[in-house]
Design a protein around this ligand. Structure first.
Ligand code: FES
Length: 121
């Protein structure tokens, strides 16, 4: 399997992404909490361009002791991406789908050496 040189790791800032073409296979590289993650740009639902979706902190709705909700809040520890086609939401660190845990993003191998990022789709 061919390895592709993506470029300097510091070109992907915290919360940023880079979607690259690897000889016809697109891969998205994301930086979340300092770490890089690489996912194929193919949504497990219907193959939409998941890596080009909007990025959000996970939306949560805390429930108070009396059972009432305190409206929406965000969990800044969990960064999600939302597929632009039908809205499925995935955790960028685990690839797990928020609404359908059996569906996951497909990882690409990622390696960083001397500040340069390489992926193997
Ligand atoms: S193709 Fe991504 S949610 Fe349907």
């Amino acid at each position: 399997m061919t390895e592709f040189r993506i470029g300097p790791a510091d070109q992907i800032p915290e919360g940023g992404r880079l979607v690259v073409d690897c000889d016809g296979k697109e891969v998205g590289v994301f930086r979340v909490k300092g770490a890089l993650h690489a996912w194929h740009n193919t949504c497990p639902h219907r193959q939409g361009p998941i890596c080009q979706g909007r990025l959000y902190a996970q939306v949560i709705e805390p429930v108070a002791a009396d059972g009432t909700t305190r409206l929406l809040a965000y969990d800044e520890d969990a960064q999600h991406i939302v597929c632009p086609w039908h809205g499925y939401e995935f955790d960028l660190q685990t690839g797990r789908c928020q609404g359908r845990p059996t569906q996951r993003l497909r990882p690409a191998q990622l390696r960083e050496e001397a500040g340069i990022v390489y992926v193997r789709p």
